[in-house]
Ligand binder design. Structure first.
Ligand code: CA
Length: 232
């Protein structure tokens, strides 16, 4: 597998070197930019596999940078944010970021998130987009619309299947309540979070080993849900 090429756009040198160390620890290669304008140029010139973007840049608003990067192509964007509010996170994800980390973060967490995004980018790019997804004893076969856990066929209702598919196709990425609600139910109904709580609980009872300690469908409080990407 070729080394991941990661662009980090961040004005704080200390955080740049933390990200560099994390990427290099997994055999990746790093490009650094300290300003939004330098970052946008590097993104266009180097076509990285993944962009780590700080929201608080000196020359532009991080959200605008995010939109402009998104307009350049489908590269995954991991946002580093100092802000705490969950609504901020949800609106960031809704506006084109693929994942976020709130500062301060641990190196282990950063590496896990980076690996998940690189895997996801490769999954999206590869021709095997519709290949079955295998993780923790679970096999999701998108073409046959079937789910097996420990070699047992699991029967899902159409809504449960659509919800699982919406999460699994974006494995490794947090999908917001609004995004899930739109994908599964359209937007005609009322309270997205209430619907999702009910159906996520149903789904967990069917696919998780221990539904009270879910490892496949993880809750991002106030933001949405994440299907854990399979390890290669
Ligand atoms: Ca900053």
């Amino acid at each position: 597998m070729p080394a991941a090429r990661v662009l980090i756009i961040e004005d704080d040198t200390a955080i740049r070197s933390v990200v560099r160390a994390a990427v290099e620890a997994d055999g990746g290669r790093v490009f650094e930019a300290a300003t939004a304008s330098a970052g946008l140029q590097l993104a266009a010139a180097e076509r990285p596999d993944l962009i780590v973007l700080d929201l608080g840049l000196p020359d532009a608003d991080g959200r605008d940078v995010c939109k402009r990067l998104r307009a350049q192509g489908p590269v995954p964007i991991l946002v580093l944010s100092a802000r705490q509010q969950d609504t901020e996170k949800a609106s960031l994800l809704d506006s084109g970021a693929d994942d976020y980390l709130t500062k301060p973060f641990s190196t282990l967490e950063l590496r896990a998130r980076l690996r998940a995004q690189v895997r996801r980018a490769r999954m999206l790019r590869g021709t095997e987009h519709d290949a079955p997804l295998r993780t923790a004893g679970l096999i999701v076969d998108f073409e046959r619309r079937s789910v097996r856990r420990n070699d047992q066929e699991i029967h899902l209702t159409p809504t449960e299947w659509t919800l699982l598919q919406a999460l699994a196709r974006d494995a490794g990425r947090t999908v917001t309540h609004d995004q899930l609600f739109a994908r599964v139910w359209g937007r005609e109904y009322g309270d997205a979070q209430k619907y999702l709580r009910v159906y996520i609980a149903q789904l967990r009872r069917k696919i998780e080993g221990d539904p009270l300690r879910p490892v496949l469908i993880v809750t991002e409080p106030g933001v949405g849900y994440r299907f854990c990407a399979p390890e290669p």
